[in-house]
Design a binder for this molecule. Structure first.
Ligand code: NOJ
Ligand code: CA
Length: 682
């Protein structure tokens, strides 16, 4: 890693690189610890900060430009020269308080390259840091303190990715009204328009990539916009203020990340973004407790009950106490109650101006139900639906979290139901509002404020209609889950049902970002008016292993859950905190079977989801401890089952002994899945 004339393995002539983005004249190169991934950064012709990436000797990202457009000054994109660089290496293993695996290794080489712009362009200073792991990389901009630039008013970030190999992509559009709640599209890479991240790709040679970002703090999220061919550029989520991001110097941007792996399991068993986030800032977080929960929820989502007061009101004291009894009986830690607070009458898709986060409706006694829950050893899970009105919510935030903290409500689900661009933020003067985006800088600031305020009162947070996850749970471990994709709720809404391959797409896309509050466990397999789901019964159990979250709901009505005693028995003990997690079989968008080891026992759990087509998979029990015999309790699709007919309810059970080295043939129905507990014996 030194300044060297670029005679890199990549010859510009063989690449047909257009003149505006040639190999940098001087570049700093940095390789991953195993040497497979090589990144070089330098000043291209006309002084554009430029980067390239190659893997195993093949060019992945052709010379691509870096920089910024400003609203109030010349762009930071040309006329730069490299003035110096430093390199470093890191290798540490850190422990997660909860998660998919207990220990995470972070092993990388890094370089920071210092650029200075020409005198006549403002002599501004820009540092670019790249951190290269064996399974991916992160690149960020660092703006040091400098005389000529005090505040950056960023009109756009110009990070370019000129992807060379062809392949297939799985993605959802950025900037659309429904935020992240879209069905994943599978297209050639060059048919992407503007994608949210994580955006996943499988190159024709089998290499798997995922573009994303890490440590999104006080900045706008980026969308991956295709410029032409396979050239992509960052597009920052908008702001009402003209500049998409406003920051005082010094500051660093989020990391632009690319996971790079030989296969699907390398993509999934990959902690790149977590490793690029800062360590836990909250200290002792033993109060953040993983667990399963039920709630007064599916009744509203499926239209039987209402959030609003009246005859249909779901959140009554009596119903909540019954739900607490049910939770206690079946070993659920939490009971979610939505629609408990004043101001939510009328349209459920409200504007939030009348919402109270401290006052209950007349038929819901918050103190009585939390007292009752405490006696039963169950926790109430709180709910703050804002209707996207963060002006109203922020004004009550401290009081609202304090109240929950005092009552022992240690998880709160928040919500920002509003179309994209519909976040109502406080304006500069009293009474003024500003309209913002769910993933713009203002809302990114808001989420962190909520998480930090909640932490003061030992409350964990689970936002719906959130900003995407970028690994901040490492820094703030009370940020336990979020929505940020189409969850189970769509299966309650008839024609908007999730397609049978939806979850098998989620595993390799949305789930790369972090835990999702998908809310599985609708054992009736039907939504409102009896409209069937694209799921078998076994898949409902498989979801607990495919879609990771430290808080996992069993979403169905208690009577539906109790109508399936064997399935309820599985859900009542499936862990939500793991020592290890491995994708043992899977292909992007088709199926995903995980093996996960319980963090609190020697037991393993295996299972996951199929897709639209049937699949036969062979599970090798290589991960088990040698010399031990495990009793496997297996739940699988009955022969001939399919999501398309009443056979979706057909499930088969089996119990057998397994040992390390054994294999098992598993058939996944169309829209199917499987789950098993491997109880450790001697
Ligand atoms: C949408 C959320 O995803 C859902 O879980 C919640 O019940 C409603 N908003 C109301 O807050
Ligand atoms: Ca939602």
């Amino acid at each position: 890693m030194r300044l060297l004339p670029l005679i890199a393995a990549l010859s510009a002539a063989s690449l047909a690189v257009p003149a505006q983005a040639q190999e940098p004249a001087k570049a700093v190169t940095v390789s991953s610890p195993d040497g497979s991934l090589v990144v070089s950064i330098g000043a291209g012709n006309e002084g554009h900060p430029t980067w390239t990436v190659s893997r195993k000797g093949k060019l992945l990202i052709a010379p691509s430009r870096l920089g910024f457009l400003l609203t109030d000054g010349l762009p930071l994109d040309r006329g730069f020269a490299v003035t110096g660089s430093e390199t470093a290496t890191g290798d540490e293993t850190w422990e997660q308080p909860w998660g998919e695996r207990r220990f995470v290794r972070s092993h990388y080489n890094e370089a920071v390259v210092r650029f200075r712009q020409a005198e006549h362009r403002g002599a501004r200073l820009l540092n670019i840091r790249v951190r290269v792991f064996d399974n991916g990389l992160g690149l960020r901009y660092e703006l040091p303190e400098q005389p000529g630039l005090k505040t950056m008013n960023i009109a756009e970030e110009l990070t370019e990715f000129r992807l060379v190999p062809k392949g297939t992509a799985w993605w959802i559009p950025g900037g659309e009204f429904n935020r992240y709640e879209q069905i994943y599209q599978k297209t050639p890479i060059d048919a992407i328009s503007t994608a949210h991240t994580p955006a996943t790709m499988r190159l024709d040679d089998g290499t798997h990539l995922a573009f994303h970002e890490a440590a999104l703090v006080d900045y706008s999220a980026y969308w991956l916009k295709r410029a032409d061919g396979q050239t992509f550029r960052t597009t920052l989520s908008p702001s009402s203020r003209g500049a998409k991001v406003v920051r005082d110097l010094p500051f660093a941007t989020p990391w632009r990340t690319i996971r790079i792996a030989d296969n699907a399991s390398g993509l999934v068993e990959n902690d790149l973004e977590l490793n690029l986030n800062e360590p836990n800032k909250l200290g002792d977080v033993s109060w953040v407790q993983p667990g399963r929960y039920v709630g007064i929820w599916w009744g509203m989502i499926s239209g039987k009950w209402s959030w609003a007061t009246g005859a249909q009101h779901g959140a009554t004291t009596q119903r909540t106490k019954q739900m607490i009894d049910f939770a206690k009986k079946h070993k659920f830690r939490g009971v979610l109650v939505e629609g408990w607070n004043k101001g939510w009458d009328g349209d459920w898709f409200g504007t939030g101006f009348d919402y109270s986060f401290t006052q209950s409706t007349a038929d819901f006694d918050l103190k009585a139900v939390t007292d009752y829950a405490r006696k039963q050893g169950v926790r109430l899970i709180g709910h703050h639906e804002t209707g996207g009105n963060i002006a109203v919510y922020e004004a009550q935030l401290e009081d609202a979290m304090k109240l929950y903290g005092q009552l022992g409500v240690d998880v709160v689900k928040t919500g920002y139901v509003a179309d994209a661009g519909g976040i109502i933020a406080p304006g500069d003067k009293p009474g003024e509002v500003r309209m913002e985006w769910h993933d713009g800088q203002r809302q990114v600031q808001h989420h962190l404020k909520v998480v930090q305020t909640a932490a003061k009162y030992r409350v964990a947070v689970n936002p719906h209609e959130p900003v995407k996850d970028t690994g901040l749970r490492r820094t703030y471990p009370n940020w336990v889950a979020r929505e940020g994709a189409r969850g189970m709720e769509y299966n309650a809404w008839g024609p908007f049902n999730n397609p049978p391959g939806h979850e098998a797409a989620l595993v390799y896309t949305r789930m790369l970002a972090g835990p999702m509050d998908f809310t599985p466990g609708v054992l009736s397999l039907q939504g409102s008016n009896g409209v069937p789901m694209s799921s078998t019964l076994a898949k409902q159990l498989g979801l607990y292993l495919a879609i990771y979250s430290p808080i996992q709901m069993a979403a169905d009505f208690p009577e539906s859950l109790e109508a399936h005693p064997r399935e309820l028995a599985f859900i009542s003990q499936v862990p939500t905190d793991w020592a290890e997690s491995h994708l043992v079989a899977g292909e992007v968008g088709e199926y995903a079977i995980f093996a996960r080891k319980d963090r609190n026992s020697a037991d393993w759990y295996v299972g996951g989801v199929g897709g639209a087509e049937e699949h036969s998979v062979t599970i090798s029990f290589d991960f088990l401890e040698p010399g031990k015999t495990y009793t496997a309790t297996i739940y699988k699709d009955a022969p001939g089952a399919t999501y398309q007919t009443e056979t979706r309810h057909a499930i088969a059970y089996e119990t057998r002994k397994v040992r390390k080295g054994d294999t098992l043939e598993l058939w996944l129905a169309p829209g199917g899945g499987a789950a098993m507990r491997l109880a450790a014996g001697k």
